[in-house]
Design a protein around this ligand. Structure first.
Ligand code: UDX
Ligand code: ADP
Length: 464
């Protein structure tokens, strides 16, 4: 079959960019992205493409190219489902905050609601594609709901995990290392559905980079890929602590280790800790699944990656307090960067949130500057933790529009995100406007240690 109409439920960091690229590359397919969030859809439809709700280099241009031609953003979920022959589910699947599996299992509430909605609305055969990262065997649950509550139409379920990384989403989508499609390889209908999705990607991805597997392998591969990547970050972060006490330099170690072709150079950058919506959630999913099958050693092995990451964030914050003569009470700490990495306005699980929370518990006054994250988002992130009343967060945390303003009269600076613009700061002027001794904590190993020390900073970098 040839796909003519695609609907994507969820206009977030995954659905938005992925569908924009599919629409750009497949002009004969109509792509409608729907979301319950009216504000988000209005922003996707904003006349000025620079105002789309997600900041991703290159994305505005792709949207400009396809929007109104064969790319549409809408809140009419039922209509889009009805029209589509292929439906991507790209809704949020956060870690459960209540009940069984609290703090570990994925909350599949939104996925189930989507399935029930599709079942209710669909009057013709549909291919349903899981795009959100999901625990293994979710496809089976989807199929049960669709088959038992639907109008007797045929549903084929595919798993097509997204491997894009935020900040490089457009490039990753245009030149993916691989596209993975899991489906029912045992039936003709299953194979046809997989081929239909292969044909969509084949518009721009070489066939050799499109892998087809059974559904469970596909679901588990996504969790495994993220677990392996996060494990590399925790591994190098563990070494960063050892470097600090032995006099080794973690960048030198990473370079030496990464030149071994069996190891490779990527994802060996020591940092204040990984963030993002995927790594922690996916590993917790893996731990939960392993535990539920009684595989306790497997669960413990992967859980350690998260424990190391929590330790790294705490250790960074504790070091600030210790270095500032064991108290930051009433002291002004400038935080440069709030996003979980550069080139995104996403802050989910960002290390900055936890470091700020730690410092606020020590009664610090914090001033934040991030080039792309809004004040509303920063307060929202802190309020969500529930560590103190919301008014207290507004009293103790200020959000400003420039790095210079954030650092003025500060006791210390904590560099949290590796934004390129932080390399361009006039550090001499920043130094002059700070209280002395002027402490600078580089959580990203972004700045030149010698240059900063020469300027007079008391400089501390992870792994050094
Ligand atoms: C990740 C996966 O890379 C992607 O394939 C998957 O689809 C979603 O999850 P993302 O979370 O967007 O993507 O960004 P990524 O580049 O993986 O970075 C995750 C976190 O690890 C960031 O906080 C980043 O700063 C940190 N990191 C990454 C390091 O601290 N050191 C590194 O060497 C690499
Ligand atoms: P991701 O990073 O996985 O894309 P986001 O949270 O950025 O996650 O996006 C998920 C989007 O899905 C949100 O904008 C949310 O409003 C939307 N959503 C969740 N449930 C539904 C639903 N049943 N129907 C339509 N949209 C939904």
């Amino acid at each position: 079959m040839k796909v003519k109409n695609i609907c994507c439920i969820g206009a977030g960091y995954v659905g938005g960019p992925t569908m924009s690229v599919i629409a750009q590359k497949c002009p004969e397919i109509n792509v409608t992205v729907v979301d319950l969030n009216e504000k988000r859809i209005a922003a996707w439809n904003d006349k000025d493409v620079e105002n789309i709700p997600i900041y991703e280099p290159g994305l505005s241009a792709v949207v400009e190219d396809a929007r109104g031609r064969n790319l549409f953003f809408s809140t009419d979920v039922d209509e889009a489902i009805d029209q589509a022959d292929m439906i991507f589910i790209s809704v949020n699947t956060p870690t459960k905050t209540y009940g069984i599996g609290k703090g570990m299992a994925a909350d599949l509430k939104w996925i189930e609601l989507c399935a029930r909605q599709i079942a209710r609305v669909a009057t013709s055969d549909k291919i349903v594609v899981e795009k959100s990262t999901l625990p293994v065997r979710t496809a089976q649950a989807l199929k049960n709901i669709l088959d038992n509550t639907g109008n007797g139409v045929n549903f084929q379920i595919l798993s097509n995990p997204e491997f894009l990384a935020e900040g490089t989403a457009v490039d990753d989508l245009l030149k993916p290392d691989r596209v993975l499609i899991g489906g029912d390889l045992d039936t003709e209908k299953g194979k046809d559905a997989m081929q239909a999705l292969v044909d969509v990607y084949a518009h721009w991805v070489p066939q050799t980079n499109i892998l087809t597997t059974n559904v469970w392998s596909s679901e588990l591969s996504k969790l495994t890929a993220n677990a392996f990547l996060a494990q590399r970050v925790s591994s190098i972060n563990a070494m960063s602590e050892l470097c600090e006490v032995t006099g080794a330099d973690v960048n030198e170690v990473a370079k030496a280790v990464g030149m071994d072709s069996r190891i490779g150079p990527k994802f060996l950058k020591a940092s204040v800790g990984f963030g993002g919506s995927c790594f922690q959630k996916d590993i917790l999913n893996l731990v939960y699944i392993a535990k539920s099958f009684g595989l306790n050693e497997v669960a413990d092995y992967w859980e350690q990656v998260i424990l190391m990451n929590d330790h790294q964030k705490r250790r960074f914050a504790a070091n600030i307090v210790k270095t500032l003569y064991n108290t930051v009470s009433g002291k002004k700490i400038a935080m440069l960067g709030w996003a979980f990495k550069k080139d995104t306005n996403d802050t989910r699980e960002a290390a900055s949130i936890y470091v700020a929370d730690y410092l606020l518990n020590e009664q610090a006054e914090i001033v934040v500057y991030d080039p792309k994250v809004t004040e509303e988002q920063i307060y929202g992130d802190l309020d969500y933790l529930g560590s103190r009343p919301d008014e207290e967060n507004r009293k103790l945390v200020k959000v400003v529009n420039t790095a210079k303003e954030a650092c003025s009269e500060a006791h210390a600076i904590a560099l949290m995100t590796e934004w390129d613009e932080f390399l361009e700061i006039d550090w001499q002027a920043v130094y002059e406007n700070m209280l002395k001794p002027a402490f600078l904590f580089d959580g990203r190993k972004l700045l030149d240690k010698h240059k900063m020390k020469d300027l007079g900073f008391k400089f501390y970098a992870i792994g050094n």
